[in-house]
Design a protein around this ligand. Structure first.
Ligand SMILES: Nc1nc2c(c(=O)[nH]1)N[C@H]1C(S)=C(S)[C@@H](COP(=O)(O)OP(=O)(O)OC[C@H]3O[C@@H](n4cnc5c(N)ncnc54)[C@H](O)[C@@H]3O)O[C@H]1N2
Ligand code: MOO
Ligand SMILES: [Mg+2]
Length: 415
């Protein structure tokens, strides 16, 4: 008997996925290898930054009171009593009109409370003269002005970018705690599928979903084990999915999730897990996307149609991977943009359209032929237009929500 599937809203399906996912275990990692992981500990300042009062310029450290009354007609002279570069510390303690020649980054000597830039001075035999008074603290980078020892600098859950690596280096976190990455398996199902190097016989098509999913995971720096293509046969598929599910945190299958006679995935998911979160979503494409979970191990039954497969990954798989990676913010990036073309089809379900977002003008249009079985428009897209269910066509100039995948580089400098 044909089981009736009840569609749930996209937002509810995303929430169900996120709610059922947990971050992976914590491990220690060398800070240089931690890029693209997520911090599993707060990073605490181990000292003040700057660590000492320092000069932000190449010039002279002076006592500001000695510069009082200086002007163009009344240049005040200073004697240079020491000369230090960054990394050296002066032993001198300044008195009256004494100055220390100092370089950017060097510690302010005792007695000094201002720095004169080299360009503001005129050299003399013993030192220099200047033509303006300085205030106490002028041109000094103060100890602790960026942060104080004990401050929480970065919170657990922060994605590790190159700036985070710089912070880890600054505070000598040679090893750092991160969340382990989930391991992912991909199985492309379908008796019609052949791999890239096999002969294209009548009725057969190339497996493009498997390599696409591998690419999407690699973009996230996630390793994927490729189980290649599997024919539509219950035993073959059940064994392949069970085997992958035993060995991976996430198993992604593509195809075989609809109501065809050879669509075995819904049954296999039921047989393998305790909780099928949903098997029908009020969206196009990808309405038959099926997700099941058991103890933080996920099965993503993505649709066989390439555009549906892609959309399912972006909406459901990517956020779950982000939760497992330990990220705090896991939802896709949404922006508003104006349609630059009409889109006249009605939208009984929420519609996702592979799209080209021009972020300079915040206008957006479909990135090509956009049916569920389209593959090229994925390649030419950087975003997806979202048209809410229950709406009729949209016209150029209408404001729409857009899910941003990747912004392209620009063709110039804007200033
Ligand atoms: N009676 C109904 N038929 C269909 C419905 C429905 O609601 N009632 N939904 C349609 C929709 S919408 C979609 S989407 C598809 C979903 O089908 P499956 O997820 O079961 O996928 P398959 O049947 O295996 O394949 C669909 C399509 O995609 C091609 N395909 C499959 N795998 C790959 C791959 N790895 N690389 C490239 N292309 C692939 C496959 O050859 C088919 O053409 O069901 C509709 N039918
Ligand atoms: O799942 Mo289908 O792609 O909704 O058109
Ligand atoms: Mg099918």
């Amino acid at each position: 008997m044909l089981e009736k599937r009840t569609p749930i809203p996209v937002s509810e399906a995303i929430e169900k996925c996120i709610k059922n996912a947990k971050e992976k275990e914590v491990k220690d990692i060398n800070y240089l290898d931690s890029l693209n992981y997520v911090l599993a500990e707060d990073i605490i300042a181990t000292y003040d930054i700057p660590m000492f009062n320092k000069s932000p310029y190449d010039g002279f450290a002076i006592r500001s009171e000695a510069s009082a009354g200086a002007s163009g007609d009344n240049r005040v002279a200073f004697n240079v009593v020491d000369h230090i570069g960054a990394g050296s510390v002066s032993e001198k303690s300044l008195k009256n009109n004494e100055a220390v020649r100092i370089m950017t980054g060097a510690e302010i000597p005792a007695g000094a409370d201002a720095v004169v830039m080299l360009e503001q001075t005129v050299a003399t035999e013993d030192g220099f003269t200047l033509r303006k008074p300085f205030t106490s603290g002028e041109n000094i980078s103060f100890q602790g002005e960026e942060c104080k020892k004990g401050d929480t600098i970065l919170k657990r859950g922060t994605f590790i970018n190159a700036g985070v690596i710089a912070v880890l280096a600054t505070f000598s976190y040679a090893t750092v705690k991160v969340y382990q990455k989930p391991s992912v398996a991909i199985i492309a199902t379908g008796s019609e599928l052949i791999d890239i190097d096999e002969e294209l016989l009548p009725g057969k098509i190339r497996n493009s979903n498997g390599p696409m999913i591998m690419g999407l995971c690699k973009e996230m720096n996630i390793e994927v084990l490729n189980y290649h293509v599997k024919a539509d046969d219950y035993e073959t598929l059940f064994n392949a999915v069970r085997n992958a599910y035993q060995n991976h945190d996430i198993v992604i299958t593509t195809g075989g999730v609809s109501v065809g006679d050879f669509d075995y995935m819904p049954q296999i998911y039921k047989d393998l897990t305790t909780d099928v979160l949903f098997n029908k979503i009020a969206m196009r494409p990808g309405s038959v996307t099926t997700v099941a979970v058991k103890e933080n191990k996920f099965l993503f039954g993505l649709s066989g149609n390439p555009s549906a497969c892609y959309t399912g990954f972006e909406l459901y798989t990517r956020p779950v991977i982000r939760v497992m990676l330990g990220e705090r913010e896991v939802y896709p990036t949404f922006v508003k943009a104006k349609l630059s073309e009409d889109f006249t089809k009605a939208n009984p379900f929420t519609r996702f359209i592979r799209a080209d977002l021009d972020y300079r003008t915040m206008t957006v249009k479909p990135s090509g032929f956009n049916k569920s079985n389209a593959v090229i428009a994925i390649a030419t897209s950087n975003s997806m237009i979202i048209l809410p269910g229950g709406t009729r066509g949209f016209v150029a100039g209408d404001t729409v929500d857009v899910l941003v995948n990747r912004l392209s580089p620009s063709d110039g400098v804007p200033w």
